[in-house]
Write a protein that binds this ligand. Structure first.
Ligand SMILES: [Zn+2]
Length: 671
């Protein structure tokens, strides 16, 4: 019998036949698919014909279709509906897959053909998109070290393998520090804590087998504890432990690891011919250079710091009214900010929720896509991997565009967070391929299911990513949909969140679950205002971390990262009562792997763009201006990575983004 994952799928729109696939099918399917892919790669690399775009680049694009199928099915269920067997498979597949892909990127014969094409690129008569795919393929090989030979090649392999193991140690040390520390709370220590914090503290106590409730270093428990506990002594103790993660001395200390990682990254960049690791890392990003990143962050820093300084004065005064003298400390900020929030704009979550029904918010996200891009959504009855999944056929003018799947509810088998992935990406080569796109969220079930305002934003955010996949209209899969620079990929998603805040959208779709009444204006205003609260603090703690990350990788690697961190913060005039969002010994974004190293700025970079891009609508015909919508689709949502991100943005906006819209959006300058 053929493996159901590898057989041809005869389901509607060739959606994976989840019902026929068992967990025992994954390992044989993966092995067979990797072997097939290796054979295809070998045939390309050893082809005796001279390299052409068709027999090399297009052949690479077309190769691996079986592997795509296996991985799309496996990663869908491993993320959204796991079980012990699937977890075990994930541990088994991860090293296999990294060996498989690094085998391809270090294949010298293959690289030789790609390099030959690259050298002759001007004589190949390529379309703009083909030239782009050739450039990206060549650059990918070079950046992985394929052009190195002899000692340099050996050294590169050593560096990569050492970096991989240092990244793992960094993560494990951090987990150990987070696991080992907890603080017992007596009945008396619980005063002032709201029910949800008490529940979380009791659950944590059971998990730690403690006598009663405890505070742990998990962000979801310690942050609300710092917000709500009136006990300054306990807040200080908890905050100090939280800030010391990865810097407690002994076996789990991450400071030397951070220094070694930074040194090796610098060597790696220099072997590849770059001045610094930041130059290497930013080459593929929209920002391109460390100077441009610093310039953007500093434009945000100054107004954020002024706001934070002004807020600190107000909070200090509130603290003095409590009879505490001396400076406001880092363990005081969240507590007094929460008191202030309650006094200034108390928003009753319980009263808000009935206005945010999941089904109506889904309708709202579809209705906006209809007004902006003419998309229509019809429910589709197909068996998927879990009964909670829902599917829609997406069409425009009667033409099939995509299948959209929504898997909205939290359950034990789903990892936390929310994400969007293409179970099949859009492409026209080697044949037309319409996308199948899924949004996975973790909303609480209910009848009807009700969302918090944050949940509703998440729904719009993930749907923005889905539009980027569904409206993709390129030839080659490697550049389709969300295959764009990291500092550009959040633009469509963050931008789409703005439509939730359009008053006419909330007025139509935020209707009360029982009475059907629209949300009262006063509540609507409170919701929008609450989103801006304490942005001085939030922006300062984030930008400080982003600037330290950049300083670590721009120029020579610091021998003592902690000294470098202190120097950067001193130069910035970091407010006394605000810590970095992530300090070096626990800055996993930067040290657990390469993903966000000299890239932590990218959240802010995207936010600058989304604020500026939405302002483009408001400046003309409003949120539903059809010309702007068309420009957005033509230049950003349909184009994937077919051109440089900066060119795409320029084509949409006519100029590069400025920070004003972001500063207004965060309430850091007057609107
Ligand atoms: Zn996102």
């Amino acid at each position: 019998m053929t493996n159901p994952i590898l057989s041809s799928w005869t389901t509607p729109f060739e959606i994976a036949p989840f019902a026929e696939i068992s967990d025992d099918d994954f390992t044989p399917a993966l092995d067979q698919a990797m072997t097939a892919h290796n054979d295809q790669i070998a045939a390309i690399a050893e082809n005796s014909d001279a390299p052409t775009f068709g027999n090399t680049i297009e052949a690479l694009e077309a190769a691996g279709e079986q592997l795509d199928k296996v991985l799309s099915v496996f990663f869908t269920v491993a993320g959204a509906d796991s079980n012990p067997r699937r977890e075990e498979l994930q541990r088994e597949f991860s090293p296999k897959l990294s060996a498989h892909f690094s085998g391809i990127s270090s294949n010298k014969a293959l690289f030789k053909r790609v390099a030959d094409l690259w050298a002759r690129r001007d004589d190949l008569n390529l379309t703009e998109e083909q030239a782009r795919v050739l450039m990206l393929t060549h650059r990918g090989f070079v950046r992985a070290g394929a052009a190195l030979a002899g000692e340099d090649d050996t050294r590169m392999q050593e560096i990569k393998s050492r970096l991989a193991s240092l990244g793992t140690s960094f993560t494990q040390n951090l987990l150990a520090d987070e696991r080992d520390w907890f603080m017992d709370l007596t009945e008396e220590d619980l005063q002032g804590l709201p029910d949800f914090v008490l529940d979380a503290a009791r659950a944590a106590g059971l998990e730690k087998e403690a006598q009663g409730p405890v505070v742990t270093l998990s962000r979801s428990l310690i942050v609300p504890f710092l917000q709500f506990s009136p006990r300054r002594d306990l807040r200080e103790k908890a905050y100090r432990a939280w800030a010391a993660r990865g810097a407690n001395g002994g076996d789990t200390d991450n400071r030397d690891i951070a220094a070694e990682i930074l040194g090796l990254r610098e060597q790696r960049a220099k072997l590849l011919g770059y001045d610094s690791f930041a130059d290497y890392k930013l080459e593929t990003e929209m920002a391109r250079t460390p100077d441009r990143v610093r310039e953007l962050l500093m434009q945000v820093w100054e107004p954020a710091k002024s706001r934070a300084d002004a807020d600190a004065e107000i909070l200090t005064q509130m603290m003095q009214e409590d009879g505490i003298n001396g400076p406001l400390e880092a363990w005081d900020w969240r507590y007094y900010a929460e008191k202030r929030r309650k006094a200034e704009h108390d928003l009753d979550e319980a009263a808000l929720k009935p206005y945010l029904q999941l089904d109506r918010m889904i309708e709202a996200s579809f209705a906006c896509a209809n007004r902006l891009f003419g998309l229509e959504f019809a429910p589709l009855d197909v068996p998927l991997y879990h009964p909670d999944c829902r599917a829609w056929e997406v069409t425009r003018g009667g033409q099939h565009i995509a299948v959209f799947i929504g898997d909205y509810f939290a359950r034990g088998s789903k990892r936390s967070g929310a994400w969007c992935s293409a179970m099949r990406a859009q492409a026209k080569f080697p044949k037309d391929q319409a996308p199948v796109v899924i949004n996975v969220c973790n909303f609480a079930k209910g009848d009807p299911a009700l969302l918090s305002y944050d949940d509703a934003r998440t729904l719009f955010h993930e749907f923005g990513h889905a539009l980027h996949q569904m409206l993709s209209n390129v030839t080659y899969e490697s550049i389709s949909g969300t295959s764009v620079a990291r500092d550009f990929v959040e633009l469509p998603s963050q931008l789409y969140e703005h439509w939730l805040e359009v008053p006419e959208v909330l007025a139509e779709f935020a209707t009360h679950a029982e009475t059907g009444e629209p949300m009262p204006q006063e509540m609507l205003q409170k919701v929008l205002k609450a989103a801006n609260f304490d942005q001085g603090f939030q922006t300062v703690e984030y930008v400080a971390s982003a600037l330290v990350d950049l300083a670590f990788h721009d120029g020579d690697a610091p021998a003592d990262p902690m000294a470098k961190q202190a120097e950067v913060l001193a130069d910035l005039g970091m407010p006394h009562a605000i810590g970095m969002r992530h300090a070096t010994p626990h800055f996993a974004h930067v040290f657990a792997g390469d993903g966000y190293s000299s890239g932590y700025y990218s959240y802010m970079w995207s936010e600058v763009m989304d604020a500026d891009a939405f302002a483009a609508f408001e400046e003309v015909g409003g949120a539903f201006d059809t010309e702007r919508a068309k420009a957005l689709e033509d230049n950003i949502l349909s184009t994937g990575g077919s051109r440089e991100a900066e060119d795409l943005y320029l084509a949409f906006r006519g100029r590069l983004p400025g920070v004003d819209a972001l500063l207004k959006g965060r309430g850091l300058i007057a609107a």
